[in-house]
Design a protein around this ligand. Sequence first.
Ligand SMILES: C[S@@+](CC[C@H](N)C(=O)[O-])C[C@H]1O[C@@H](n2cnc3c(N)ncnc32)[C@H](O)[C@@H]1O
Ligand code: SF4
Length: 213
Amino acid sequence: MSAGATFARPDRDLPDEDWRAGGFGLYLHWPFCQSKCPYCDFNSHVSAQIDQNRWRDAYLAEIRRAGAETQGRILSTVFFGGGTPSLMDPDLVSAIIETIRATWPMSNDPEISLEANPGSVEAGRFRAFRQAGINRVSMGVQALNDTDLRQLGRIHSVAEARAAFDIARACFDRVSFDLIYARQNQTLDAWRAELTEALSMAIDHLSLYQLTV
Ligand SMILES: C[S@@+](CC[C@H](N)C(=O)[O-])C[C@H]1O[C@@H](n2cnc3c(N)ncnc32)[C@H](O)[C@@H]1O
Ligand code: SF4
């Protein structure tokens, strides 16, 4: 070894490809909802007809394209976001996860999440999502009082959100839910009480979003 190597510039000694050895996450977007909430500016649309076969072809082609560019990288998380991915056909979710598994090596305990609207939850579908490989659900509960849910233009009540949450808990070990704060006329005390109630629902994760108009 030459002396020059011993005194190499520090940046040359850095294993600059190391970040590639860490796991990475994959996000898939399903841009459809049953109804459009007036506050939401996500890429989400209501459509009378959705050809899920065409979407399957498009997702699989895109996964293969991305896979060819990232060969050998280890995948640790997959997130089906939306829109409302709980409206996806479970067979479509299954085909996507199968292709993902055939494309990248996965970490030992990959987290594969799907976002759900409590208004589109049904036990049979959730079981089918679990069979497809989903192991975590994130639900858009938004508020724990009916007046605010109505004002937000949501399609579900608190009772329906709680029932959907129970179904999710029965099907998945990992369930998270979203709440929106800084709602119209919401007081600090009301928000504190709502958070206490949310924490009592034995959740493993909670996402809190400040209402952005
Ligand atoms: C794609 S949505 C989640 C799943 C599903 N679409 C639903 O609404 O039940 C992601 C989350 O973003 C939050 N969100 C959407 N629009 C927002 C806004 N304008 N301000 C704050 N949070 C918002 C909501 O909490 C929502 O659950
Ligand atoms: S259901 Fe979710 S993604 Fe769809 S419009 Fe409402 S907040 Fe947006």
